[in-house]
Design a protein around this ligand. Structure first.
Ligand code: ZN
Length: 136
């Protein structure tokens, strides 16, 4: 049997199996059935795009945390302040993003955006603090 006959046999076999499409350009993939990309170009492109998405995602989070820090800093020029939750919300503080959390032994939870932090008091009020307030 010549190699040509072997190839025809393989083609006949792949025709009855499910068609595969490139994850990047969506073109039909010919050749090995376990291939996920039609070409090296598409494979590289797919990972580049994925990295760009991740970078963009990280950029947005970094931006949000820096913005949070700026808001907290503006509302707390003396290093100690009190603010109602609505004031923080109105200023644009995003409570979902922070750099670290500090839990005191008494169970209070401080959220920090770098050096600027806040801790919930009563009646929707927050104490705004800077890092030196609890370190050391
Ligand atoms: Zn492709």
């Amino acid at each position: 049997m010549s190699p040509i006959h072997l190839e025809v046999g393989n083609n006949n076999f792949t025709m009855v199996t499910e068609k595969k499409f490139c994850r990047e350009c969506k073109e039909e993939i010919h050749g090995r059935r376990d291939k996920q990309y039609c070409s090296d170009y598409c494979r590289a492109q797919h990972f580049n795009n994925r990295n760009a998405e991740i970078s963009n995602f990280m950029r947005k989070i970094n931006y949000t945390i820096r913005k949070n820090r700026s808001i907290l800093s503006d509302l707390n020029p003396k290093g100690k302040a009190k603010a109602h939750r609505m004031k923080l919300v109105d200023a644009g503080l995003n409570f979902d993003y922070f750099t670290n959390v500090y839990r005191t032994q008494s169970g209070k939870v401080y959220y920090f955006c770098y050096d600027q932090g806040y801790v919930e008091l009563e009646d929707d009020y927050y104490a705004l603090v800077i890092k030196e307030d609890y370190v050391g």
